[in-house]
Write a protein that binds this ligand. Sequence first.
Ligand code: PLP
Length: 395
Amino acid sequence: MMKIKVNENFSRVKESYLFSEIGKKVRAYQAAHPDKAVIRLGIGDVTLPLAPVVVDAMKKAVEEMGVKETFRGYPPEYGHTFLREAIAAYYARKGIKVAADDVFVSDGAKSDVGNIVDILGRNTVLIPSPVYPVYMDSNLMSGNRIELLEAGEADGFLGTPDVLDGETYVIYICSPNNPTGAVYDRAGLKAWVDYALTSGSLIIFDSAYEAFIKGDYPHSIYEIEGAEKCAIEICSFSKMAGFTGTRCAWTVVPETLTTEEGFNLKKMWARRQATKFNGVSYPVQRGAEAALTQEGVKQCAALVDYYMENAKIISEMLTKKGVWHTGGVSSPYIWLKCPNGMSSWEFFDLLLEKVQVVGTPGEGFGEAGEGFFRLTAFGSRENTIEATKRLESIL
Ligand code: PLP
């Protein structure tokens, strides 16, 4: 028997990640009912292919890798300059100031969200509930003290700092929110930035769904004055450009993020990445660069529009059936209240058993998600229409 010590904090997290649990249940159901066609509106994975400009750029990059003169070995740990500059230009087109040198390219927002704890010490972490489960699990694994910021129907699933007493926190914000689809407006985000500045807190802002925003809402925390002194932003090509299987994301760590003890967060993140990460492949970075060109943004917006039409189809049916729900406007997620006071896993089982539609139980996103359920708009049009009909028949 080994005598080594392990990270005992792992006993604080649930044995299986939410989506592994769902997968297990669906596989068991399919094995028992091979004749039934299951429609998955559960996991937030995209289904449409990459935009043509992205494919062309990646093909060209692969060709370059096959020629001696243009072959490239290890990429720079922080991303190729062309992509860091393209990301800075993407912000600039929205009127947001982000320096290319503050942008760190990575293989996914999940990696960055999970790894950022490496450069932070023992803080109290403030995590919204319900929210993307990785914030909670990565902090549990690190043994950090966690406080929940519960949100609900009453506040439109948008927690505010009004309930806080000035304590210093590491604050996670996801806007548009996964799973609820709630988006902060300028005043809402400003309240968080002001709180962070006066309390000496750090905001970790996850903008993975910014490309889905409709209307006049901030796409980036850096639209708010002072955010460069208190916020890190993490964004991803996964949902905006269909890169879930291609893998590319970025994190902005402004040069101006310093602690009173004299630590510079950008320097620390650079050191962390240089030590533990060896960069994203060249063809993928060329594809990501193409997604941010004006033509790329246009083609990717067409993918987003397709999904948002799906969201509309689901949302209209729920409205017709009188089911309380939110989201589906500035996010690809529909967040609904389980009917008849059912728990979210009860509702999951009911949908799987009776109509073979898979969604995500709200409880998996935190305690405040209990009694709610997430459907995604990422399916094909045919599957979304069929699933909507099936749902309509039992709601
Ligand atoms: N952040 C949020 C809020 C997400 O919902 C997801 C994926 O679903 C991610 C980050 C992960 O993105 P990536 O595919 O870049 O790892």
